[in-house]
Design a protein around this ligand. Structure first.
Ligand SMILES: Cc1ncc(COP(=O)(O)O)c(C=O)c1O
Length: 402
């Protein structure tokens, strides 16, 4: 079975893990600021602050730009549903804007139709590493005194006209989760060019308890999970867990298990910062390699699949390969599993947040949610597996007429 994803674990992660454990009470105070500075320099912005997760960074950003209960936040209708309760718990009203059919990113015309005097923030997500129309969104927001928070959870390294995403808006957030471009076993980054906003986030983070243990524990669990994915156990397990009946429950359980780790609001650790620095140095070559593989797979897609349009606005960073399928995706997933390929569908990719919020005015998001498939493409996918994937896609394409 070709798994849907593989974690890019490096031997240096293990070496650092043991080193950290041996010197658990003697961590340098400099590691985190060093990583933050390198992160800000990489992006070309003034301030970067490491957080517990991308969600944590988003919460901090919403507070720092001065939202109060009752304010409206425009969000893309197609994004991570777990962000909704987090924003709603602050008393914010979430207004979903529809997305574009080809990029799957928030549609600026839809944003324009939803702006009113209560709009405080536009959350502009660069979905799957594909830059959204961020420059024009910022112009729209600036005229009206609305803050723009860029959600760059998937998009570290993407750029528009030579400027890195994350440096256009009022503030931006990044995820450093294990499946992201700079994976540091959890963590996130808040960035801004605004000194006052940066100071308010730094002061909230300063109160956090420091401990290396949660990140070390998370690394250990990630390696165990990866061991299962790479073992012969994975095929029968995947068949069971991703079966039509079990998939929804498993997805819920998996997300909530990860959530528990994320909700511990502790300071970003030295272990994570040291790994982050190394991964950051390798980021551009990682994105170049995977963008090349992305283009190769897009070229091989058979009839009945349409790849995401990633380059309309700028240069993408690699996150996942998403395509739209003409076939019922539940049936497609089942057939693909039978042929030895694990593909992701529906909530395993992103959520139709408009429907979660009971707003039925985002038809493109609803359709993309139903039709999107996540195909396995990641570092470590061998040429043999790549060919097998392409041949299975052609097989599935033949089925589409049935
Ligand atoms: C679009 C989007 N925003 C924010 C986040 C939150 O990042 P984290 O998992 O680090 O909390 C994610 C997580 O994958 C995401 O997909």
């Amino acid at each position: 079975m070709i798994p849907r994803r593989r974690l890019p674990i490096r031997s240096e992660d293990l070496t650092e893990w043991f080193r950290t454990l041996c010197m658990i009470y003697h961590q340098s105070e400099d590691d985190v600021p060093k990583f933050e500075r390198a992160f800000a320099d990489y992006l070309g912005c003034e301030f970067a602050r490491a957080t517990t997760s991308g969600r944590d960074a988003l919460e901090l950003a919403l507070d720092a730009v001065g939202t109060v209960p009752g304010d409206e936040v425009i969000i893309p209708a197609y994004t991570l549903g777990e962000l909704l309760p987090l924003m709603q718990s602050k008393g914010l009203t979430l207004i979903p804007a529809d997305i574009e059919q080809d990029t799957f990113n928030i549609d600026i015309k839809s944003i324009e139709n939803r702006i009113n005097e209560r709009t405080k923030v536009i959350c502009a997500t660069h979905l799957m590493g594909t830059p959204c129309d961020i420059a024009n969104i910022c112009v729209l927001a600036d005229h009206r005194g609305i803050a723009v928070i860029e959600d760059c959870a998937h998009a570290l390294g993407a750029s528009v006209s030579g400027q890195k995403v994350g440096t256009f808006g009022t503030a931006a957030i990044f995820s450093l989760e294990v499946n992201k471009a700079v994976p540091t076993y959890g963590g996130g980054m808040f960035v801004t060019n605004d000194r006052k906003i940066a100071a308010s986030v730094a002061s909230a983070l300063h109160k956090r308890h420091r401990s290396e243990l949660p990140a070390l524990r998370k690394a250990l669990f990630s390696w165990l999970e990866e061991l299962v994915v790479r073992s012969p156990l994975y095929a029968p397990l995947a068949k069971l867990l991703f079966s039509e009946k079990a998939a929804k429950h498993f997805e819920k359980f998996y997300r909530s298990a990860h959530d528990q780790v994320r909700t511990e609001k502790i300071a970003y650790s030295s272990y994570q910062a040291r790994i982050g620095l190394k991964r950051l140095r390798a980021l551009d070559s990682r994105n170049a390699r995977l963008n090349k593989s992305w283009a190769e797979l897009a070229k091989e897609l058979p009839e009945g699949f349409a790849a995401q349009n990633r380059e309309r606005v700028g240069l993408p960073a690699f996150y996942n390969f998403i395509a739209l399928s003409d076939m019922d995706t539940t049936v497609l997933r089942h057939r693909a599993a039978h042929l030895g390929v694990d593909i992701g569908i529906k909530t395993e990719i992103m959520d139709d947040c408009a429907s979660i919020l009971k707003a039925n005015d985002c038809p493109v998001s609803a359709s993309v949610f139903e039709r999107a498939v996540l195909l396995p493409l990641y570092e470590g996918l061998s040429e043999k597996k790549f060919k097998q994937l392409v041949s299975v896609l052609h097989e599935l394409s033949k089925d589409q007429g049935l």
